[in-house]
Design a protein around this ligand. Structure first.
Ligand code: F3S
Length: 420
């Protein structure tokens, strides 16, 4: 790989061990992918800041202790606790303390305390074409697909190396040829009512993820006015059931105004037909329990946006939870602040709901609650819930999560799906 003078000096140790180590890791990665050189990035988003084991904590504290500093503005993904309310959420003190040390290490390196997995909602939102280095799979898929900023899918610690170096290998989704659509996805027999319903998109992503693998799918037939919240849940699901880093949604992705543009003037490498029956089966697989054991409703994966959270609050105006269960909204501290200012937080809390910030129900430690079954509108939560928390799952739309909490028994969206 062609290295510049400044890069050689850093590799010689002129700027200290932390900068030498992180750059040498990036150079090795670049060589692995045949990148011709390193290229500058303008911002980073770090996923490695979530405490999940002592090795990650040791890495962060060692790097901070060696004097590592981020060279570009860097936002931080979720931590493993609600930093302000960890006791109220029954997060064990030893867990909270390790999460706090992890937070401190990343703040010492210059990270911005955003603590959210939806960094595209607020703060340092990049623009079309901007080169960034993001971790957190849903955020990577969203920023490439919806905004058209350019990032590869950086694994934990690679995101840290990129933020410290302010550079990444020039390869993959950072390049124009690397963003060419590869497989054309056609939906078959999907009713229009479902195409414009929130519950369709997480299921589509969950099914599509393993089918496309690392290829870039091009989706035709998705209404151009599909809300970002739906694309967000699609991206999160496909990036967790598979390894999606970018999709072209024709008419919505800035680089895919037409099919031809999505394929950069070429032909698709393959065509994937998605029949309605396969979508229905995928939806069924997301639930591992029935409603009788639900004791936690968790929405906000990825973190709920302000409009979504306000919508939930509006549904609870003058009402309360009608069942003996917990209803948690996971979101960023920024959104919680807006909700507080607008009075929506008081509505939510008055109705018996809780707003969890900085983390979510599967990345913090919820064992002390002894829950049995989580009801969620997120295919990503449903996918990880069993392994991470041991809970069984009921997958439902956001509307049905709210309706069930208010005492309604039927899941309305199942009619649209032709099941139930
Ligand atoms: Fe975010 Fe937790 Fe989902 S970190 S993407 S809400 S699993």
């Amino acid at each position: 790989m062609e290295l510049r003078g400044e890069e050689r000096r850093i590799l010689d140790g002129d700027e200290g061990e932390a900068h030498r180590m992180t750059l040498s890791i990036l150079v090795r990665m670049g060589e692995l992918f045949d990148a011709p050189r390193l290229m500058p990035i303008t911002q980073a988003h770090i996923d490695a800041c979530l405490y999940s084991n002592d090795a990650g904590l040791e890495f962060a504290e060692r790097l901070a202790g060696l004097g590592a500093r981020f060279r570009v503005p860097t936002t931080l993904n979720v931590t493993a606790r609600d930093a302000a309310r960890w006791e109220a959420f029954r997060i064990p003190a030893d867990w909270s303390e390790k999460a706090r040390r992890m937070e401190e290490a990343y703040l010492a390196m210059g990270g911005l305390p955003t603590w959210t997995c939806a960094p595209y909602e607020h703060g340092l939102v990049p623009r079309f074409g901007q080169q960034v280095a993001w971790g957190e799979s849903n955020a990577v898929a969203f920023v490439n697909t919806v905004i058209g900023a350019r990032t590869n899918r950086y694994a934990d610690f690679m995101d840290v190396c990129a933020a410290v170096a302010g550079k990444v290998p020039e390869t993959g989704l950072h390049t124009t040829p690397g963003r060419r659509g590869q497989v054309l996805v056609r939906l078959r027999e999907v009713p229009d009512g479902l195409l414009s319903h929130e519950s369709f998109y997480p299921v589509l992503g969950y099914l599509l993820g393993p089918l496309v693998g690392e290829r870039i799918p091009v989706l035709e037939g998705i209404p151009g006015a599909t809300p970002n919240a739906y694309v967000k849940s699609f991206c999160a699901a496909a990036a967790s059931s598979g390894s999606l880093a970018m999709a072209h949604v024709v008419g919505l992705t800035p680089e895919a105004r037409t099919l031809q543009e999505a394929f950069q003037g070429g032909e698709p490498d393959g065509v994937l037909e998605i029949p309605m029956g396969d979508l229905r089966d995928a939806r069924r697989k997301l639930s591992t329990a029935d409603l009788t054991t639900v004791d936690l409703i968790a929405v906000g994966c990825p973190h709920l946006s302000l409009p979504e959270a306000m919508w939930v609050a509006d549904q609870f105006r003058g009402k309360r939870l009608a069942r003996p269960l917990e209803f948690w909204i996971s979101t960023s501290r920024a959104v919680r602040g807006y909700l507080e200012g607008s009075g929506h937080l008081a509505t939510l809390e008055g109705a018996g709901l809780k707003v969890l910030t900085d983390t979510c129900a599967v990345t913090t430690n919820i064992r002390p609650w002894g829950f049995r079954t989580m009801m969620t509108n997120s295919a990503k939560h449903a996918h990880y819930c069993g392994g991470q928390t041991g809970l069984t799952v009921v997958f439902a739309s956001l509307e049905d999560c709210v309706g069930y909490a208010q005492g309604r028994d039927a899941l309305e969206a199942e009619r649209l799906w032709g099941i139930g």
